[in-house]
Design a binder for this molecule. Structure first.
Ligand code: SF4
Ligand code: SF4
Length: 597
């Protein structure tokens, strides 16, 4: 059905703590992949008026939509959490699949798929779950490593942002007392004193602005003025890579990087803000921010609009949005331009092709936050940022830096400027040249697609490689033990299931599954709400309830209760075995945790 159904806080908190206890993982992320900080390396940075324990965070996108995604990003060391963009039009129909990670990274997904009210609740839930984890004392975080900033992301035009509902969302993020208290009452009794924690109620007072491709520059300026003056929010303006101009951008993309197949629609440059316009409004906005004792920054960059020339998204989509490796180089060139014009005057947030190899460089350039999205959708998912921190630590050790500021000054050699602002500018110049010539960003390196073995997925049994679990941005896929029996003979001890309430058909697990057909389509799809299971018809899906399990297979419904006779059809033993397997006390998944009283 592709509509996300957020999990109740009680289900999430139970699953989180039980899974940690029994399986040493949280939402399928093993504890060995957690980033817990390190007393000998201070990764902390300033972001607006806040201190965050690391400069890392997930970019507003599929990874910051649901509460469990946000918790996962936090466990992976994200301490500046850019929440998925919300907007007035919160009933979007998104084409599916919407994510194409076969090569460099494209998407046609957009803002929050939840309503504004649900989004607010998800973000509050995430903050409460994080607070519970911290207070549980089970994570053994380094001192101060809990310091986290929630950054709102709001779009897309002035009328929408001024609307009552978007304003209510912003007000709710700035004072979430009512939602916190409502959710507190829903916390399970067995949490004991953790129910009485001092949950954060001022969830956010910073905002990253996302505007439409083609939003007039005066409107961007008016929105930021409005948010600073009326809401006293520190703001970041997300800029488009088209600011490089058509000639420079195409020269980089085609000549320097070799992406000859990518075409930016001709009108994208003319419609978007021009460099001179952006530079002028940033200059004026900076004046306003200073007068209001706030600060304003820029984010580099938005995705790049390109023609839909591949075969993943529906042909009805004329355009798609490029991320990943090529965007990294484009965004770095734009960064150099910003710095050459403004020096270190603006805080700069960065999101474009961040991965293990370049994370330390982005930190060395003084970018805050350094956010990732495309890389988190690759195999390993939220387990990948641990490698970012390992790499950063190594690079800091090489130059004897114990803090981020020391690293900025020393990262590219001891002979450079010792003053922070000058070091950032010097590092930017050096890094942009290096990244442009680095083959890791070139088309020739990024052509390889994930391997397929030429076998069709079936309901049961597969390679059981488990790749589909961490690549899901919503944690919808899971594995469970199911014994082989004469009625349901199986060759694998563990099976893959899909919790359909959390699956939006984004398609990412299909990309990385070595078998054909897509786990989210062909593996057992489970619902725990009869209403949602019915609405999902005619797709095959299984409804699990306390006293029954009902399957829909090729349009035929089969309901199994304790009284159902096995002779009632071939699906009866399958359903019965599935139910026993999912609800076994040794399993911890969204199905069984949803059915706990
Ligand atoms: S299960 Fe697959 S299709 Fe569904 S949300 Fe996860 S990755 Fe996307
Ligand atoms: S469904 Fe595909 S990706 Fe998932 S475990 Fe099976 S073979 Fe691997």
């Amino acid at each position: 059905m592709a509509i996300l159904a957020p999990m109740p806080i009680a289900t999430l908190v139970r699953r989180m703590l039980r899974e940690l206890d029994a399986k040493e993982s949280i939402f399928d992320l093993p504890t060995r992949k957690f980033v817990r900080g390190d007393p000998s390396h201070d990764y902390s940075v300033r972001f607006h008026s806040h201190v965050a324990a690391t400069p890392f965070g997930p970019a507003a996108g599929p990874n910051t939509q649901l509460a469990q995604n946000i918790v996962l990003a936090w466990l992976a060391g994200g301490r500046i959490l850019e929440l998925k963009t919300v907007q007035l039009n919160d009933r979007l129909t998104i084409p599916r699949p919407c994510i194409d990670m076969q090569t460099v990274g494209y998407n046609v997904e957009w803002s929050q798929e939840l309503t504004l009210e649900e989004s607010l609740e998800e973000y509050v839930k995430a903050a409460m779950l994080i607070r519970i984890l911290e207070a549980s004392g089970q994570l053994a975080l380094a001192p101060g490593f809990e310091r986290t900033v929630f950054d709102m992301s709001v779009g897309y035009d002035l009328a929408g942002i001024r609307s009552e509902r978007v304003q209510a969302f912003i007000a709710g993020m700035m004072d979430a007392t009512a939602v916190v208290e409502r959710l507190r009452r829903a916390l399970p009794k067995e949490l004991g004193p953790l129910r009485d924690l001092d949950f954060v109620t001022r969830l956010s007072d910073t905002l990253t602005l996302s505007t439409f491709h083609g939003c007039p520059p005066h409107e961007i300026e008016q929105i930021v003025e409005f948010l600073m003056r009326e809401r006293h929010l520190a703001c970041v303006v997300k800029l488009n890579p088209t600011l490089l101009g058509a000639t420079a951008l195409q020269a980089l993309l085609t000549d320097a990087l070799g992406y000859a197949d990518l075409r930016v629609p001709g009108d994208a440059f003319a419609k978007d803000t021009q460099w001179e316009q952006a530079a002028a409004f940033m200059d004026r906005l900076d004046g306003t921010a200073r007068a209001l004792d706030l600060d304003v920054g820029v984010k580099l960059t938005n995705t790049l609009i390109v023609e839909n020339h591949r075969h993943v998204f529906p042909k009805t989509e004329p355009a798609m949005y490029l991320s990943g490796a090529p965007l990294h180089v484009l965004a770095m060139h734009l960064l150099r331009r910003v710095r050459r014009t403004f020096g270190d005057r603006f805080p700069i947030s960065f999101s474009a092709g961040i991965e293990r190899a370049n994370f330390p460089d982005a930190v060395a350039l003084g970018l805050v936050p350094v956010t990732a999205c495309t890389d988190l959708l690759q195999p390993g998912g939220y387990g990948r940022p641990l490698g970012y921190f390992d790499e950063l630590k190594k690079r800091m050790d090489v130059v004897g830096a114990a803090s981020v500021n020391e690293f900025i000054v020393r990262a590219y050699g001891a002979d450079g400027p010792t003053e922070l602002a000058a070091a950032k500018i010097r590092n930017t110049d050096l890094y942009v040249e290096r990244a442009t010539g680095d083959p890791r960003y070139a088309a020739a390196t990024r052509r390889k697609v994930p391997r397929k073995i030429g076998r069709q997925l079936k309901l049961f049994d597969c390679l059981t490689c488990d790749k589909c679990i961490p690549v899901c941005p919503n944690d919808a896929n899971f594995t469970f033990a199911m014994p082989s029996t004469p009625e349901v003979p199986l060759s694998e001890a563990r099976q893959i299931g899909n919790f359909a309430d959390l699956c939006n058909d984004c398609g990412n697990c299909d990309t990385f599954c070595p078998e054909d057909g897509g786990p989210y389509r062909l593996k057992p799809r489970f619902f725990v709400s009869s209403e949602r299971w019915l609405a999902d018809a005619p797709r095959d899906a299984i409804l699990v309830e306390r006293d029954a399990i009902t399957g829909r297979f090729d349009g035929v419904e089969v309901r199994v209760t304790d009284e159902t006779d096995a002779a009632d059809g071939p699906y009866v033993p399958i359903l019965r075995q599935l139910r026993d397997a999912l609800l076994a006390p040794t399993e911890i998944n969204y199905v069984n945790q949803s059915l706990v009283q």
